[in-house]
Design a protein. Structure first.
Ligand code: GRF
Length: 206
């Protein structure tokens, strides 16, 4: 990433893209000094693609079925990201586990948002896992991606209360509001060069 050019983001999606929208809005308002170089979806029907196209962002549909294994899928993804000169990869509801091919191509430069306070409730249906466990607080976590599932160094977390009558849907909606703020804040820190990774600990400078 050169000193004066805006940081180039590659955003990987699979679904509705509300986190993508939150990032687009903050870039357009000037809050985050970055440019979305491309949006890549592993699903042709992801609404996130419509959101990206509305804002004139290049989109690539990169479906799972065209590849025999996860590593060759990731190698093709890395090639797309390199072609778009991406500095930071954002997993915004991307429903695939990355292999070492992707992780090693972008060391400490892939961010994911997870709808729970890691390391609790990793994997799918994190909000339902939190309800089933009976926690009073859950939230969201932005972390760098390593080869595990939701195990990489934690950048930021936000706490969200769990209400007595919450369902998976109501808790998810409350957590998503926090996701949009927290993801944007973490991306802003990265593009401003304020994040340093020290083993598992992420140091943030002011
Ligand atoms: C979010 O809840 C995020 O935590 C999870 O996937 C969901 C994506 O939602 N990883 P959206 O596509 O950004 O609306």
């Amino acid at each position: 990433m050169s000193a004066n050019a805006p940081c180039r983001l590659g955003v990987l999606v699979s679904g509705s893209g509300t986190n993508l929208q939150a990032i687009i809005d903050r870039i357009e308002s000037g809050e985050i000094r970055a440019e979305i170089a491309c949006v890549i979806s592993n699903r042709a029907d992801a609404y996130a693609l419509t959101r990206a196209a509305r804002h004139g962002i290049p989109v690539v549909v990169h479906e799972n079925s065209s590849f025999s294994d996860r590593r060759s899928y990731d190698a093709a993804t890395v090639e797309i990201l390199r072609r778009h000169e991406v500095d930071l990869v954002i997993l915004a509801g991307f429903m695939r586990i990355l292999t070492d091919v992707m992780v090693n191509a972008f060391p400490n430069a892939i961010m994911n948002i997870h709808p729970a306070l890691l390391p609790s409730f990793q994997g799918l249906h994190a909000q339902q896992q939190a309800l089933d466990y009976g926690v009073r607080y859950s939230g969201c976590t932005v972390h760098f991606v390593d080869c595990g599932t939701d195990t990489g160094p934690i950048i930021m977390q936000s706490v969200v209360p769990v209400e007595q009558d919450d369902t998976e849907e109501t808790l998810s909606a409350r957590i998503q509001k926090a996701e949009h703020q927290t993801f944007a804040a973490a991306i802003k820190l990265f593009v401003e060069g304020k994040i340093r990774v020290d083993g598992r600990r992420v140091r943030i400078s002011d």
